[in-house]
Design a protein around this ligand. Structure first.
Ligand SMILES: NC(=O)c1ccc[n+]([C@@H]2O[C@H](COP(=O)([O-])OP(=O)(O)OC[C@H]3O[C@@H](n4cnc5c(N)ncnc54)[C@H](O)[C@@H]3O)[C@@H](O)[C@H]2O)c1
Length: 395
Protein backbone atom coordinates (compact mmCIF):
# COMPACT_ATOMS: atom_id res chain seq x y z
CA UNK A 1 0.00 0.00 0.00
CA UNK A 2 1.15 3.56 -0.62
CA UNK A 3 1.04 5.43 2.70
CA UNK A 4 1.31 9.23 2.70
CA UNK A 5 2.10 11.82 5.36
CA UNK A 6 1.37 15.52 4.71
CA UNK A 7 2.73 18.45 6.73
CA UNK A 8 0.24 19.51 9.44
CA UNK A 9 -1.25 22.91 8.61
CA UNK A 10 -3.36 23.72 11.68
CA UNK A 11 -2.14 26.84 13.51
CA UNK A 12 0.81 26.11 15.83
CA UNK A 13 0.77 22.39 15.04
CA UNK A 14 4.28 20.95 14.90
CA UNK A 15 3.60 17.22 15.22
CA UNK A 16 3.94 14.72 12.38
CA UNK A 17 1.96 11.49 12.00
CA UNK A 18 4.85 9.12 11.29
CA UNK A 19 8.47 8.99 12.49
CA UNK A 20 11.40 7.29 10.73
CA UNK A 21 10.76 4.36 13.11
CA UNK A 22 7.28 3.90 11.64
CA UNK A 23 8.51 4.48 8.09
CA UNK A 24 11.04 1.67 8.57
CA UNK A 25 8.37 -0.73 9.89
CA UNK A 26 6.06 0.05 6.96
CA UNK A 27 8.95 -0.49 4.54
CA UNK A 28 9.76 -3.83 6.23
CA UNK A 29 6.13 -4.84 5.61
CA UNK A 30 6.55 -4.04 1.90
CA UNK A 31 4.71 -0.70 1.80
CA UNK A 32 5.73 2.51 0.01
CA UNK A 33 5.84 5.64 2.15
CA UNK A 34 5.67 9.19 0.80
CA UNK A 35 6.19 12.17 3.09
CA UNK A 36 5.69 15.85 2.22
CA UNK A 37 8.93 17.84 2.18
CA UNK A 38 9.58 19.34 5.59
CA UNK A 39 6.69 17.48 7.31
CA UNK A 40 8.92 16.35 10.19
CA UNK A 41 10.80 19.60 10.73
CA UNK A 42 8.61 20.80 13.62
CA UNK A 43 9.42 17.56 15.46
CA UNK A 44 13.14 17.70 14.64
CA UNK A 45 12.89 14.97 11.96
CA UNK A 46 14.63 15.91 8.69
CA UNK A 47 13.76 14.76 5.18
CA UNK A 48 17.11 12.92 5.18
CA UNK A 49 16.08 11.01 8.33
CA UNK A 50 13.03 9.74 6.46
CA UNK A 51 14.95 9.04 3.25
CA UNK A 52 17.40 6.90 5.19
CA UNK A 53 14.46 4.60 5.96
CA UNK A 54 13.34 4.32 2.33
CA UNK A 55 10.78 7.15 2.27
CA UNK A 56 10.17 9.14 -0.91
CA UNK A 57 9.97 12.86 -0.15
CA UNK A 58 7.38 14.66 -2.32
CA UNK A 59 7.24 18.43 -2.78
CA UNK A 60 3.62 19.30 -1.99
CA UNK A 61 0.55 18.29 0.01
CA UNK A 62 -1.32 17.65 -3.26
CA UNK A 63 1.24 14.92 -4.09
CA UNK A 64 0.47 13.13 -0.82
CA UNK A 65 -3.31 13.49 -1.05
CA UNK A 66 -3.28 12.67 -4.78
CA UNK A 67 -1.15 9.52 -4.59
CA UNK A 68 -1.52 7.89 -1.16
CA UNK A 69 -4.01 5.07 -0.59
CA UNK A 70 -3.87 5.81 3.15
CA UNK A 71 -3.13 9.29 4.54
CA UNK A 72 -1.80 9.55 8.08
CA UNK A 73 -2.32 12.86 9.88
CA UNK A 74 -2.39 14.27 13.38
CA UNK A 75 -5.14 16.91 13.50
CA UNK A 76 -8.52 16.90 11.77
CA UNK A 77 -8.29 17.84 8.07
CA UNK A 78 -8.61 21.53 7.35
CA UNK A 79 -10.93 22.69 4.53
CA UNK A 80 -8.22 22.61 1.83
CA UNK A 81 -7.31 19.09 2.91
CA UNK A 82 -10.91 17.87 2.76
CA UNK A 83 -11.00 19.18 -0.80
CA UNK A 84 -8.00 16.96 -1.65
CA UNK A 85 -9.32 13.79 0.05
CA UNK A 86 -10.24 11.18 -2.57
CA UNK A 87 -12.94 8.52 -2.36
CA UNK A 88 -10.38 5.68 -2.64
CA UNK A 89 -8.32 7.01 0.29
CA UNK A 90 -8.41 5.89 3.91
CA UNK A 91 -7.75 8.75 6.34
CA UNK A 92 -6.33 7.86 9.77
CA UNK A 93 -6.07 10.84 12.16
CA UNK A 94 -7.72 12.67 15.08
CA UNK A 95 -11.14 13.87 13.88
CA UNK A 96 -13.24 15.01 16.91
CA UNK A 97 -16.34 15.13 14.72
CA UNK A 98 -19.17 15.23 17.31
CA UNK A 99 -19.02 19.04 17.68
CA UNK A 100 -18.13 19.58 13.98
CA UNK A 101 -21.14 19.06 11.66
CA UNK A 102 -19.58 20.97 8.75
CA UNK A 103 -16.40 18.87 8.76
CA UNK A 104 -18.45 15.68 9.13
CA UNK A 105 -20.56 16.60 6.12
CA UNK A 106 -17.43 17.54 4.15
CA UNK A 107 -15.85 14.15 4.90
CA UNK A 108 -19.09 12.34 4.00
CA UNK A 109 -19.15 14.17 0.66
CA UNK A 110 -15.70 12.77 -0.23
CA UNK A 111 -16.90 9.16 0.11
CA UNK A 112 -13.60 8.23 1.82
CA UNK A 113 -13.21 6.00 4.90
CA UNK A 114 -12.17 8.21 7.84
CA UNK A 115 -10.88 6.51 10.99
CA UNK A 116 -10.55 8.64 14.12
CA UNK A 117 -7.71 7.92 16.54
CA UNK A 118 -9.81 9.10 19.47
CA UNK A 119 -12.58 6.51 19.11
CA UNK A 120 -10.39 3.45 18.51
CA UNK A 121 -10.91 1.22 21.55
CA UNK A 122 -8.33 -0.92 23.29
CA UNK A 123 -8.43 -3.58 25.95
CA UNK A 124 -11.22 -2.99 28.51
CA UNK A 125 -12.76 -0.26 26.35
CA UNK A 126 -9.91 2.25 26.92
CA UNK A 127 -8.84 4.71 24.23
CA UNK A 128 -5.27 3.72 23.33
CA UNK A 129 -4.76 6.39 20.65
CA UNK A 130 -6.21 9.24 22.72
CA UNK A 131 -4.44 8.31 25.97
CA UNK A 132 -0.89 9.43 25.07
CA UNK A 133 -2.08 12.88 23.98
CA UNK A 134 -4.37 13.13 27.00
CA UNK A 135 -1.44 12.36 29.29
CA UNK A 136 0.50 15.20 27.68
CA UNK A 137 -2.45 17.62 27.60
CA UNK A 138 -3.18 16.88 31.26
CA UNK A 139 0.36 17.73 32.27
CA UNK A 140 0.36 20.90 30.13
CA UNK A 141 -3.02 21.90 31.59
CA UNK A 142 -1.56 22.36 35.06
CA UNK A 143 1.63 24.01 33.78
CA UNK A 144 -0.39 26.43 31.63
CA UNK A 145 -2.91 27.05 34.39
CA UNK A 146 -0.14 27.85 36.89
CA UNK A 147 1.39 30.27 34.40
CA UNK A 148 -1.93 31.98 33.59
CA UNK A 149 -2.56 32.46 37.34
CA UNK A 150 0.34 34.93 37.34
CA UNK A 151 -0.92 38.52 37.57
CA UNK A 152 0.82 39.89 34.44
CA UNK A 153 -0.89 37.14 32.42
CA UNK A 154 -4.32 38.09 33.73
CA UNK A 155 -4.56 35.57 36.59
CA UNK A 156 -5.31 36.10 40.27
CA UNK A 157 -1.65 36.36 41.16
CA UNK A 158 -1.46 33.14 43.17
CA UNK A 159 1.46 30.69 43.36
CA UNK A 160 0.14 27.14 42.97
CA UNK A 161 2.21 25.63 45.77
CA UNK A 162 2.09 28.57 48.21
CA UNK A 163 5.04 29.09 50.57
CA UNK A 164 5.54 28.42 54.30
CA UNK A 165 2.95 30.54 56.07
CA UNK A 166 0.84 31.18 52.95
CA UNK A 167 -1.70 28.62 51.76
CA UNK A 168 -1.34 26.75 48.47
CA UNK A 169 -3.81 27.35 45.62
CA UNK A 170 -6.91 25.17 45.26
CA UNK A 171 -7.13 23.22 42.00
CA UNK A 172 -10.39 21.59 40.85
CA UNK A 173 -10.03 18.94 38.14
CA UNK A 174 -13.30 17.78 36.57
CA UNK A 175 -12.96 14.41 34.81
CA UNK A 176 -10.51 11.95 36.35
CA UNK A 177 -9.48 10.05 33.21
CA UNK A 178 -6.11 10.28 31.45
CA UNK A 179 -6.20 14.11 31.30
CA UNK A 180 -7.44 14.56 34.85
CA UNK A 181 -5.07 12.09 36.46
CA UNK A 182 -2.03 13.61 34.75
CA UNK A 183 -3.14 17.15 35.51
CA UNK A 184 -3.45 16.03 39.14
CA UNK A 185 0.04 14.48 39.18
CA UNK A 186 1.57 17.83 38.18
CA UNK A 187 -0.64 19.85 40.54
CA UNK A 188 0.30 17.52 43.41
CA UNK A 189 3.96 17.85 42.40
CA UNK A 190 3.60 21.63 42.51
CA UNK A 191 2.14 21.26 46.03
CA UNK A 192 -1.34 22.65 45.28
CA UNK A 193 -4.45 21.45 47.12
CA UNK A 194 -6.12 19.22 44.54
CA UNK A 195 -9.74 18.03 44.19
CA UNK A 196 -10.54 15.56 41.39
CA UNK A 197 -14.20 15.20 40.35
CA UNK A 198 -15.62 12.30 38.34
CA UNK A 199 -19.04 10.74 37.74
CA UNK A 200 -17.64 7.22 37.99
CA UNK A 201 -17.27 5.97 41.55
CA UNK A 202 -15.13 3.09 40.29
CA UNK A 203 -12.74 5.57 38.70
CA UNK A 204 -12.66 7.65 41.89
CA UNK A 205 -11.85 4.49 43.82
CA UNK A 206 -8.87 3.81 41.50
CA UNK A 207 -7.68 7.41 41.74
CA UNK A 208 -7.94 7.38 45.50
CA UNK A 209 -5.51 4.46 45.60
CA UNK A 210 -3.21 6.03 42.96
CA UNK A 211 -3.06 9.41 44.76
CA UNK A 212 -2.37 7.78 48.12
CA UNK A 213 -4.08 10.60 50.00
CA UNK A 214 -2.25 13.42 48.20
CA UNK A 215 -5.43 14.61 46.41
CA UNK A 216 -9.13 14.46 47.31
CA UNK A 217 -11.61 12.65 45.08
CA UNK A 218 -15.16 14.00 44.83
CA UNK A 219 -18.30 12.58 43.17
CA UNK A 220 -19.10 15.05 40.40
CA UNK A 221 -22.50 16.75 40.48
CA UNK A 222 -23.85 20.25 39.87
CA UNK A 223 -24.05 20.89 43.61
CA UNK A 224 -20.68 19.40 44.57
CA UNK A 225 -18.95 21.52 41.92
CA UNK A 226 -20.95 24.66 42.80
CA UNK A 227 -20.18 24.39 46.52
CA UNK A 228 -16.41 24.41 46.00
CA UNK A 229 -16.15 26.95 43.14
CA UNK A 230 -15.87 30.02 45.44
CA UNK A 231 -12.63 28.60 46.95
CA UNK A 232 -10.97 27.54 43.70
CA UNK A 233 -8.06 29.27 41.89
CA UNK A 234 -7.68 26.94 38.89
CA UNK A 235 -10.26 24.64 37.25
CA UNK A 236 -9.17 22.02 34.71
CA UNK A 237 -11.90 20.36 32.60
CA UNK A 238 -11.12 16.91 31.16
CA UNK A 239 -14.47 15.11 30.93
CA UNK A 240 -15.25 12.77 28.05
CA UNK A 241 -18.20 10.68 26.95
CA UNK A 242 -16.64 8.53 24.20
CA UNK A 243 -17.16 10.06 20.76
CA UNK A 244 -19.82 12.49 22.00
CA UNK A 245 -19.93 16.26 22.46
CA UNK A 246 -18.54 17.19 25.90
CA UNK A 247 -21.20 17.78 28.58
CA UNK A 248 -21.14 21.27 30.17
CA UNK A 249 -19.97 20.95 33.76
CA UNK A 250 -19.75 24.71 34.50
CA UNK A 251 -22.42 27.14 33.24
CA UNK A 252 -22.01 30.84 32.53
CA UNK A 253 -24.09 31.63 35.59
CA UNK A 254 -21.71 29.63 37.80
CA UNK A 255 -18.78 31.85 36.73
CA UNK A 256 -20.35 34.40 39.10
CA UNK A 257 -19.58 32.09 42.05
CA UNK A 258 -15.84 32.26 41.39
CA UNK A 259 -13.22 34.78 42.54
CA UNK A 260 -12.25 37.35 39.88
CA UNK A 261 -9.41 36.21 37.57
CA UNK A 262 -9.76 32.53 38.46
CA UNK A 263 -8.34 30.46 35.59
CA UNK A 264 -10.34 27.81 33.67
CA UNK A 265 -8.45 25.37 31.43
CA UNK A 266 -10.82 23.48 29.11
CA UNK A 267 -8.91 20.48 27.78
CA UNK A 268 -12.15 18.97 26.44
CA UNK A 269 -12.45 21.86 23.97
CA UNK A 270 -11.71 19.45 21.10
CA UNK A 271 -15.03 17.75 21.88
CA UNK A 272 -16.85 21.09 21.99
CA UNK A 273 -15.72 22.20 25.47
CA UNK A 274 -17.00 21.31 28.94
CA UNK A 275 -17.59 24.88 30.16
CA UNK A 276 -20.56 26.74 28.63
CA UNK A 277 -18.37 29.77 27.92
CA UNK A 278 -15.51 27.89 26.18
CA UNK A 279 -14.45 28.54 22.59
CA UNK A 280 -11.31 27.17 20.89
CA UNK A 281 -8.09 29.21 21.14
CA UNK A 282 -4.54 28.75 19.85
CA UNK A 283 -1.08 28.59 21.44
CA UNK A 284 -0.35 32.03 19.95
CA UNK A 285 -3.38 33.57 21.66
CA UNK A 286 -4.42 31.03 24.29
CA UNK A 287 -6.72 32.94 26.66
CA UNK A 288 -9.73 35.23 26.75
CA UNK A 289 -11.95 36.56 29.55
CA UNK A 290 -15.64 36.06 30.23
CA UNK A 291 -17.25 37.75 33.26
CA UNK A 292 -13.79 38.32 34.80
CA UNK A 293 -12.78 34.63 34.52
CA UNK A 294 -9.72 33.70 32.42
CA UNK A 295 -10.40 30.91 29.88
CA UNK A 296 -7.58 28.82 28.32
CA UNK A 297 -9.04 26.59 25.57
CA UNK A 298 -6.22 25.50 23.25
CA UNK A 299 -7.55 22.69 21.05
CA UNK A 300 -4.14 21.15 20.23
CA UNK A 301 -2.25 21.43 23.49
CA UNK A 302 0.25 18.58 22.75
CA UNK A 303 1.21 20.43 19.55
CA UNK A 304 3.32 22.74 21.73
CA UNK A 305 5.68 19.91 22.73
CA UNK A 306 6.03 18.14 19.37
CA UNK A 307 9.16 16.18 20.13
CA UNK A 308 7.47 14.47 23.07
CA UNK A 309 4.05 14.28 21.40
CA UNK A 310 5.07 12.98 17.99
CA UNK A 311 6.86 10.00 19.49
CA UNK A 312 4.15 9.35 22.10
CA UNK A 313 1.47 9.43 19.39
CA UNK A 314 3.26 7.32 16.81
CA UNK A 315 4.30 4.69 19.36
CA UNK A 316 0.58 4.15 19.93
CA UNK A 317 -0.68 4.44 16.34
CA UNK A 318 1.98 2.31 14.63
CA UNK A 319 0.49 -1.17 15.28
CA UNK A 320 -2.87 0.04 13.91
CA UNK A 321 -1.23 1.77 10.94
CA UNK A 322 0.60 -1.45 10.08
CA UNK A 323 -2.57 -3.52 10.35
CA UNK A 324 -4.48 -1.09 8.10
CA UNK A 325 -1.66 -1.03 5.54
CA UNK A 326 -1.22 -4.82 5.60
CA UNK A 327 -4.86 -5.84 5.45
CA UNK A 328 -6.99 -2.83 4.44
CA UNK A 329 -9.77 -1.50 6.68
CA UNK A 330 -12.01 -4.58 6.73
CA UNK A 331 -9.15 -7.05 7.24
CA UNK A 332 -7.62 -4.91 9.98
CA UNK A 333 -10.96 -4.61 11.81
CA UNK A 334 -11.28 -8.41 11.70
CA UNK A 335 -7.91 -8.72 13.39
CA UNK A 336 -8.25 -5.75 15.78
CA UNK A 337 -11.94 -5.36 16.74
CA UNK A 338 -11.16 -2.10 18.60
CA UNK A 339 -10.57 -0.43 15.22
CA UNK A 340 -14.27 -0.73 14.36
CA UNK A 341 -15.47 2.13 16.62
CA UNK A 342 -12.67 4.18 15.06
CA UNK A 343 -14.55 4.22 11.74
CA UNK A 344 -16.43 7.53 12.03
CA UNK A 345 -17.30 8.16 8.37
CA UNK A 346 -17.36 5.73 5.42
CA UNK A 347 -18.75 5.93 1.89
CA UNK A 348 -20.78 9.03 2.61
CA UNK A 349 -22.31 7.75 5.89
CA UNK A 350 -21.67 8.55 9.56
CA UNK A 351 -20.68 5.20 11.08
CA UNK A 352 -20.23 6.13 14.78
CA UNK A 353 -23.46 6.51 16.76
CA UNK A 354 -22.24 9.22 19.19
CA UNK A 355 -20.81 11.26 16.31
CA UNK A 356 -24.10 10.92 14.40
CA UNK A 357 -26.01 12.13 17.45
CA UNK A 358 -23.55 15.01 17.99
CA UNK A 359 -23.86 16.32 14.44
CA UNK A 360 -27.56 15.52 13.99
CA UNK A 361 -27.07 13.11 11.08
CA UNK A 362 -28.26 9.53 10.54
CA UNK A 363 -26.14 6.67 11.90
CA UNK A 364 -25.26 3.70 9.69
CA UNK A 365 -23.41 0.73 11.25
CA UNK A 366 -19.94 0.32 9.71
CA UNK A 367 -20.60 -3.42 9.10
CA UNK A 368 -23.50 -2.50 6.82
CA UNK A 369 -21.70 0.29 4.98
CA UNK A 370 -18.48 -1.66 4.42
CA UNK A 371 -20.19 -5.05 4.21
CA UNK A 372 -18.31 -7.09 6.78
CA UNK A 373 -19.15 -9.26 9.77
CA UNK A 374 -17.36 -9.08 13.08
CA UNK A 375 -15.76 -12.41 14.04
CA UNK A 376 -17.67 -14.36 16.70
CA UNK A 377 -14.87 -13.94 19.23
CA UNK A 378 -14.40 -10.26 18.33
CA UNK A 379 -14.68 -8.75 21.79
CA UNK A 380 -13.09 -5.45 22.80
CA UNK A 381 -10.97 -7.18 25.41
CA UNK A 382 -7.58 -8.00 24.08
CA UNK A 383 -7.82 -5.53 21.19
CA UNK A 384 -4.70 -3.82 22.44
CA UNK A 385 -2.88 -7.12 22.49
CA UNK A 386 -4.05 -7.80 18.95
CA UNK A 387 -2.64 -4.44 17.88
CA UNK A 388 0.69 -5.18 19.54
CA UNK A 389 0.81 -8.48 17.69
CA UNK A 390 0.88 -6.55 14.41
CA UNK A 391 4.35 -5.32 15.33
CA UNK A 392 7.36 -6.97 13.80
CA UNK A 393 9.27 -9.31 16.02
CA UNK A 394 6.05 -10.63 17.53
CA UNK A 395 4.71 -12.59 14.59
N1 LIG B 1 -7.14 20.09 24.04
C1 LIG B 1 -6.28 19.15 23.71
O1 LIG B 1 -5.23 19.41 23.13
C2 LIG B 1 -6.56 17.73 24.11
C3 LIG B 1 -5.54 16.76 24.07
C4 LIG B 1 -5.84 15.46 24.49
C5 LIG B 1 -7.14 15.13 24.92
N2 LIG B 1 -8.09 16.11 24.90
C6 LIG B 1 -9.47 15.85 25.33
O2 LIG B 1 -9.56 15.74 26.74
C7 LIG B 1 -10.80 15.09 27.05
C8 LIG B 1 -10.55 14.03 28.12
O3 LIG B 1 -9.81 12.96 27.57
P1 LIG B 1 -9.36 11.69 28.44
O4 LIG B 1 -8.44 10.89 27.58
O5 LIG B 1 -8.93 12.13 29.79
O6 LIG B 1 -10.73 10.91 28.57
P2 LIG B 1 -11.01 9.69 29.56
O7 LIG B 1 -12.10 8.90 28.92
O8 LIG B 1 -9.75 9.01 29.96
O9 LIG B 1 -11.57 10.42 30.88
C9 LIG B 1 -12.76 11.15 30.89
C10 LIG B 1 -13.33 11.09 32.29
O10 LIG B 1 -14.45 12.00 32.33
C11 LIG B 1 -15.39 11.41 33.21
N3 LIG B 1 -16.69 12.08 33.01
C12 LIG B 1 -17.55 11.93 31.98
N4 LIG B 1 -18.61 12.77 32.15
C13 LIG B 1 -18.37 13.45 33.31
C14 LIG B 1 -19.07 14.45 34.02
N5 LIG B 1 -20.25 14.94 33.58
N6 LIG B 1 -18.55 14.93 35.18
C15 LIG B 1 -17.35 14.44 35.63
N7 LIG B 1 -16.65 13.49 35.01
C16 LIG B 1 -17.15 13.00 33.85
C17 LIG B 1 -15.36 9.93 32.87
O11 LIG B 1 -15.89 9.14 33.91
C18 LIG B 1 -13.85 9.71 32.68
O12 LIG B 1 -13.23 9.27 33.87
C19 LIG B 1 -11.29 14.53 25.70
O13 LIG B 1 -12.29 15.38 25.18
C20 LIG B 1 -10.07 14.56 24.84
O14 LIG B 1 -10.37 14.62 23.45
C21 LIG B 1 -7.82 17.38 24.50
Amino acid sequence: MKVGVPTEIKTDEYRVALTPIGARELAEHGHDVIVQKGAGEGSAVSDADYEAQGVTIVPGAEDVWGEAEMVLKVKEPQTVEVEMLREETTLFTYLHLAPAPELTKGLCDTGAICIAYETVEGANGGLPLLAPMSEIAGKIATQAGAFMLEKPLGGRGVLLGGVPGVAAANVMIIGGGAVGMNAAFIAIGMEADVFVYDKSVDRLRELDIIFGGRASTVFSSTLSIEERLPDIDLVIGGVLVHGARAPHVISREQLGLMKPSTVLVDVAIDQGGCFETSKPTTHSDPTYEVDGIIHYCVANMPGAVPITSTYALTNATLPYTLALADEGVVGAVGRIPGLKPGINVAKGKVTHSAVAEGVGMDYSPPEEVLDFEMPQNGSRDGAGDDAARAMPGSH
